[in-house]
Design a binder for this molecule. Structure first.
Ligand code: DSN
Length: 486
């Protein structure tokens, strides 16, 4: 981080402000102050490989800890349901402006609290925009009392008959892309596309054939665990052919879009009607969501509150503006390219040691390691790695025989450790350490002696050895250098 112009070292003044802040917190609830200190110690001392996590800059973190948290601001810029929102208007307008400039979007909506909220806003916007009915105008909050029982019936009928096609969870899609137990799988009739059983890759011909047959209102592209890029121009062609709205969820790879690693057909913004994202993953901002849209969809997205959302988190919108301003700096492009290069190094490190990767590699920020060749479930692998200070998350692989709870995979991402300054050699070493842990782990048994998908036995001494090897790398790339809490 120290060599990243957008992320200066923390001064002794800032350290002292953090110490003061923790003392203030401790005077009310010391256990929270202690947990906060401990979290920094834990994050500093472990290999964070969760593909959806990162380390936000001090500027982003500090922006969240202010009195903007106290302000209600339901509505939109200049059109609020509360008085005194002039400063929130400044914040929200700046966040939207940075987002439009950064991504080349016609319209940006910075209010969603999370990626799921962003997707819900997008879905309801598509429904409001596309599904005609006498109830539509009345369904706005102001007129909701005017809806008759017949209107409600018409509304339920229209909304209940809409269709969504998205990537299945076990192929790398997200819960909100039409997974049946999720609201997206209930509010829409849904179908899912997967990946090719041989290659693990997305097959656009299969997606097109499904779309022709199913004729969805919404075609969703994007993923949480697919280690490859997507051709969004092809997805738009498919959407146009069947009259669908193309919604791309770029929550995972927004940083690669912002950093111009994904350009042309791989940049969703010029191709999709709506693009949703989180702001805290590869984009390296505060926890939150955002929607980008074409002018056509802007009016319906703008009604995210009150349609789906309550009051926006003004302090988080302020931090989004700061993070987006950081992402517009040249240093962010260097960072984003390094994220992708590091994922390549990590993948090569696994492949050269005989490990199996879904799709045989990566060309984005994550790899999906199939741990079945180690004789382990994802759950066992995740736990053994955690014992050794390697923080990952278990993840289904396509057609996973162990289901979504135990799984057969481990998902690993490079955004966080790249922020710390890890490069090719470190990621190769990370692969080596992970292979060492998994190769030294045996499946365990239940108390009754039956085979277990959860318990495991990690050989003696491995955890300490791996922690020591990790510490050498982590010490060379300190997290929040200069920040001293004691
Ligand atoms: N929880 C996020 C992830 O880990 O990918 C997606 O919601």
């Amino acid at each position: 981080m120290a060599d990243d112009a957008a992320r200066p070292s923390i001064s002794s003044l800032t350290s002292s402000a953090y110490r003061d802040a923790l003392e203030v917190i401790a005077s009310v609830e010391p256990r929270i102050a202690e947990a906060t200190r401990q979290e920094l110690t834990d994050q500093r001392g472990s290999l964070k490989l969760i593909a959806s996590e990162n380390y936000a800059s001090p500027a982003v973190l500090l922006t969240m800890g202010t009195w903007f948290s106290d302000k209600y601001a339901e509505g939109t810029v200049g059109h609020r349901f509360y008085a005194g929102c002039q400063n929130v208007d400044t914040v929200e307008a700046l966040a939207a402006e940075h987002a439009r400039e950064l991504f080349g979007a016609e319209y940006a909506y910075a209010q969603p609290h999370s990626g799921i909220d962003a997707n819900l806003v997008a879905y309801w916007s598509i429904l409001a925009h596309r599904v005609e009915g006498p109830w539509l105008e009345k369904a706005q909050l102001r007129n909701v009392n005017e809806l008759t029982e017949a209107d409600w019936e018409a509304l339920r009928h229209e909304l209940g008959n809409q269709r969504l096609l998205g990537m299945s969870l076990d192929a790398g899609g997200h819960l909100t892309h039409g997974f049946r137990p999720n609201i997206s799988g209930k509010m829409f009739h849904q179908q899912q596309y997967g990946t090719d059983p041989e290659t693990g890759l997305l097959d656009y011909d299969v997606v097109a054939a499904k779309a022709r047959e199913f004729r969805p209102l919404v075609l969703v592209a994007g993923y949480s665990a697919y280690p490859r890029r997507i051709n969004f121009a092809k997805m738009r062609e498919i959407a146009d052919e069947v009259g669908a709205t193309l919604m791309v969820d770029m929550a995972h790879f927004a940083g690669l879009v912002a950093g111009k690693v994904f350009t042309g057909d791989e940049d969703p913004v010029p191709h999709a009607h709506l693009v949703t994202t989180t702001t805290h993953k590869s984009l390296r901002g505060p926890r939150g969501g955002m929607v980008l849209a074409t002018e056509e969809y802007a009016p319906s997205v703008d009604r995210g509150c009150p349609m789906v959302l309550g009051g926006p988190l003004s302090h988080v919108m302020a931090a989004k503006a700061v993070a987006l301003a950081e992402a517009r700096q040249p240093a962010f492009r260097t960072y984003a390219q390094q994220v992708a290069d590091n994922a390549q190094s990590l993948a090569d490190g696994f492949l050269s040691r005989g490990a199996n990767l879904v799709t045989g590699g990566t060309d984005n920020h994550l790899v999906l390691l199939d741990v079945s060749s180690f004789g382990l479930t994802g759950r066992q692998a995740e736990s053994a790695l955690l014992d050794a200070g390697v923080v990952t998350n278990r993840n289904s692989v396509p057609a996973d025989p162990n289901g979504a709870w135990y799984t057969s995979g481990i998902r690993l991402g490079t955004p966080a450790l790249t922020t710390r300054g890890f490069g090719h050699d470190e990621f190769d070493r990370v692969a080596e350490l992970i292979v060492e842990v998994l190769g030294s782990t045996e499946p365990g048994t239940t108390k009754a002696g039956a085979p277990s998908k959860a318990s495991y036995v990690l050989a003696d001494g491995i955890a300490d050895r791996v922690k020591a090897a990790s510490a050498e790398m982590l010490d060379k790339h300190p997290l929040y250098p200069g920040l001293e809490l004691t």
